[in-house]
Write a protein that binds this ligand. Structure first.
Ligand code: FAD
Length: 454
């Protein structure tokens, strides 16, 4: 692509921190964690300070361009066409400060979860981190944040104490309960449509050790194990958050001989005795591998065996209320042994308890009105494999349609989603009004954009 006057003036706005098509390193700069996303923005900016972020936002806006912030690109497949958009990568806005006395963390917007979980654990503290060590704290928190402690402690976004950000006007602001309260509300679960976040401050919890691990069986037992888990989870205490899935891993990483397992992961807040008591019915199913132990909370970042390097992936999700035995049967028939499914993972994550209770004073995402999240995906390293995964996702979500609540969870919506399905109607309207206040020109765009009210 040839360099246009717009490109030249963008480059002048922040010398050395803008990459343009044709520059050396352009392909690496535009690359997302999800290698299946082919991002083609106008330019990529990599600012190192909030002032530089403001310069990028102002330069883009003045040239009629839009801005999208990206920490890692885990959710990049959901971003629409970027032909009029500057991709602002936050990777160099780093810095993690843990205050053990106040039990708080302050992080730069480019921080990954493992970079918080490990130093926090050194002080006996835990964050409401997600299952993957290399998901960005900012994207995860702005979208809600379902952690291994979620059924006891709710969504991560509601532990946010303050956000520093650059608005569409290029102003550096701090949003907290006493400043910019509407923006602070929207940032807690409403996603990345409202401002470019440069730093976050949030609560940490005093949890020095936790009982956590995984149980694994050969996948031929998928039906039996998933039915037992479904019955067990219905009366499990809120101190436990668990997930059950059918998983196919490449040979070196596979936990049992053969690539295919049915697996239950869980974290139990409490001591070993309590954990053993709670898990006894599942252990009664004689798993082939049992990794449960008392661990530091940082170990939760690797409990789920999520990939730690970029991969090409296509995924989809659904939220369910109760799942009767017929729901488990439908899932196993579509994704279990003999189904021919090419999905690498088909997971049911346990929700409910604190997650289902609206929290007074919370942000836009106060709770999730569902009992399970279904998350499924596969590797899309070639057009044919991508098509096969998409076909199997369609088959799975079609079979599970009778139990689909129709609502979606922003963080698990890794493809395009209708934003009105991510929130209750009154919340969605309020988010649109906040967007109209802070960014009426719709300069800042998220992977799930909230349009301003006219
Ligand atoms: C392997 C894996 C495991 C996961 N596990 C969990 C889990 O356990 N719980 C859970 O809740 N989610 C989970 N997720 C989903 C994850 O939380 C979302 O994909 C999230 O959006 C990723 O954030 P990111 O910053 O890494 O991604 P990005 O793609 O970089 O960002 C996603 C979006 O967040 C917004 N954003 C990011 N940074 C900023 C910023 N500085 N300012 C303004 N907006 C910003 C933008 O709108 C951006 O499009 C998982 C995803 C994967 C791939």
């Amino acid at each position: 692509m040839s360099t246009t006057p717009t490109h030249t003036t963008l480059r002048r706005a922040l010398p050395g921190r803008f990459l343009l098509p044709g520059d050396a390193g352009w392909d690496a700069a535009r690359q997302a964690w999800n290698l299946a996303a082919d991002q083609q923005p106008v330019a990529v900016a990599v600012p190192t300070t909030p002032k530089e972020v403001a310069a990028v936002v102002t330069a883009a806006r003045e040239r009629g361009l839009r801005i999208t912030a990206q920490t890692t690109g885990h959710a990049a497949a959901a971003l629409a066409d970027l032909h009029d958009t500057v991709l602002l990568k936050t990777a160099d806005l780093n810095g993690v400060h843990i205050d053990p006395q106040a039990r708080q963390a302050r992080i730069g917007a480019g921080t990954l979860w493992i970079e918080v979980a490990e130093p926090a654990a050194e002080h006996g503290l835990a964050a409401l981190a997600g299952s993957s060590p290399d998901v960005g704290v900012a994207g995860y928190t702005l979208g809600g944040g379902l952690s291994w402690l979620a059924r006891k402690h709710g969504l991560a976004c509601n532990r946010l104490l303050a956000a520093e950000a650059v608005t569409a006007d290029g102003d550096l602001i701090r949003a907290d309960p006493g400043h910019e309260p509407d923006l602070f509300w929207a940032l807690r679960g409403g996603g990345g449509s409202f401002a470019v976040v440069t730093a976050l401050e949030f609560e940490l919890l005093p949890i020095p050790r936790i009982y956590a691990g995984g149980l694994f069986w050969p996948w031929e037992r998928a039906g039996e194990v998933l039915h037992a888990w479904n019955t067990w989870q219905a009366t499990a205490p809120e101190e436990i958050t668990s997930s059950a899935r059918i998983l196919h891993l490449p040979e070196p990483a596979a936990p049992l001989p053969g690539r295919s397992v049915v697996n239950i992961d869980a974290a139990v807040l409490g001591d070993q005795r309590f954990g053993e008591q709670v898990l006894a019915p599942l252990r009664g199913l004689a798993p082939g591998l049992d990794t449960f132990a008392m661990v530091a909370p940082a170990a939760l970042s690797r409990l789920h065996l999520d990939p730690e390097q970029p991969v090409p992936v296509i995924s989809d999700h659904r939220l369910f209320g109760e799942l009767p035995p017929a729901g488990i049967d439908a899932l196993v028939q579509t994704a279990g042994p003999g189904s021919g499914s090419r999905l690498v993972t088909v997971e049911l994550r346990q929700l409910g308890a604190a997650l289902a209770r609206p929290t007074p004073g919370s942000g836009a995402l106060t709770s999730i009105d569902a009992t399970f999240a279904l998350i499924a995906g596969g590797i899309a390293d070639r057009p044919e494999t991508g098509a096969a995964v998409a076909e199997d996702l369609e088959r799975l979500t079609g079979a599970m349609r009778p139990w689909d609540t129709g609502r979606r969870y922003l963080n698990f919506a890794e493809g395009p989603a209708e934003a009105s399905t991510l929130f209750p109607p009154e919340t969605y309207l309020r988010l649109r009004r906040v967007k109209a206040q802070v960014d009426p020109g719709d300069v800042i765009r998220s992977h799930h954009p909230i349009p301003p009210t006219p």
